[in-house]
Design a protein around this ligand. Structure first.
Ligand code: NI
Length: 378
């Protein structure tokens, strides 16, 4: 295929994929579409027990192995862009740009197919399900298909940059994610007789304020930390003090040691406040992905290749959102990049949109990264 034909295919695919968004683990039409696109180009697809998503292969079949990754799922958001190729499915939208990731990675694969004889190793193209739900990257890693891969490269659409700009950095790109739930147990009573009970709402209020001191007073001011209580539930009416107060929220950090420290401080504060007011605290944790951390080696190469692809390369503004791309770091080195897709509403907003003009440059960047990384790994 000529480069023009490849970019035209990518553009058409982007629009089709945008119009047909599917939620995490339900990406059957998306998977079928990608499967057909790879097959038409003569690109082999691994036979894996993945219900949705796929891994395609290019190159020699020998080591070294590098990976290009796209996520494929959409979000439960009602689209409000008014685009001619807007979502055909009520309440579902590619509001995070995964359609753009797919089109760019598909085009990169088609470019690499034209260069296949020159590849000095193997490139896996991972189309990963369920980035927005827990476990998508894990499902792919559990197949064992990526065992032996040395490096993985990924992108994320960012509406804080114009088309033609790419954000890169060595170190933390995206934050670790932890979710907590916290219940303060007290003793219910008549609101007119608070002395006869033990008020969990007062404990919860103290905790919400005190928890902010973890970022301000426990974590080094040189490292970003977010502690957010996002949901509180207590009581049923105006004249009864309830038995318990419940809340949940999230913690976002870049440093693995801070993750341990912040959890410990949360528990100390919850227990201490509960004890001071005569109640009891119960805290529960759900761990999300660790931080996405680029290695110096691959981010240096990425800068070089992005500049050669005529990107304006800027120092990435780290993003406190989470990304399950981080799980791949357990077994391989990573470089993640923020690609400018036109300045506009943020990711996950109903008016989020990607300018497809960003696809060709992004595809060339990804294809060059894979090909050049294989050389560096010789
Ligand atoms: Ni995303």
């Amino acid at each position: 295929m000529t480069e023009n034909a490849i970019m035209e295919t990518a553009r058409t695919s982007f629009m089709w994929l945008h119009a047909h968004p599917e939620l995490a683990y339900e990406e059957t039409e998306t998977t079928a579409y990608l499967r057909a696109a790879f097959s038409r180009a003569g690109i082999r697809i691994l036979d894996l027990p993945l219900a949705t998503g796929l891994i395609a292969v290019l190159g020699t079949g020998q080591k070294p192995i590098v990976v290009l990754r796209t996520d494929i799922d959409a979000l439960p958001v009602e689209e409000e862009t008014g685009l001619p190729y807007r979502s055909q499915y009520a309440g579902k939208m590619h509001a995070c740009g995964h359609d753009f990731h797919m089109a760019s990675v598909l085009a990169a694969a088609l470019l690499l197919k034209e260069r296949e004889a020159h590849l000095v190793g193997t490139v896996y193209i991972v189309c990963q399900p369920a980035e927005e739900a827990p476990g998508g990257a894990r499902t792919v890693l559990d197949t064992g298909a990526l065992d032996g891969a040395a490096a993985i490269f990924g992108i994320h659409a960012r509406p804080i940059y114009p088309v033609g700009t790419i954000g890169l950095c060595a170190g933390g790109m995206m934050a670790s994610v932890d979710k907590f739930t916290l219940t303060f147990h007290g003793v219910g009573t008549h609101a007119a007789q608070p002395d006869r009970g033990c008020d969990p709402i007062v404990m919860a209020a103290q905790f919400v304020t005190a928890a902010q001191t973890i970022a301000a007073r426990s974590v080094s001011p040189l490292r970003p930390a977010v502690v957010s209580v996002t949901h509180i539930d207590a009581g049923t009416t105006w004249n009864v003090l309830p038995e318990r107060a419940w809340m949940e929220g999230t913690i976002r950090l870049f440093d693995a040691d801070d993750r341990v420290l912040v959890k410990a401080r949360m528990e100390e504060l919850a227990d201490g406040i509960a004890a001071a007011f005569g109640g009891r605290a119960e805290i529960g944790w759900t761990a999300g992905p660790p931080a996405v951390v680029n290695t110096a080696r691959w981010s240096a190469l990425a800068r070089k290749i992005a500049a050669a692809a005529d990107f304006v390369v800027v120092e990435a503004v780290p993003w406190m959102a989470g990304e399950d791309f981080a799980y791949y770091q357990e077994t391989m080195e990573t470089c993640f990049a923020f690609v400018g897709t036109g300045v506009g509403p943020e990711n996950h907003h109903p008016q989020f949109s990607v300018d497809p003009a960003a696809i060709p440059q992004t595809a060339r960047y990804l294809a060059r990264m894979a090909e050049e990384a294989l050389h560096r790994l010789q």
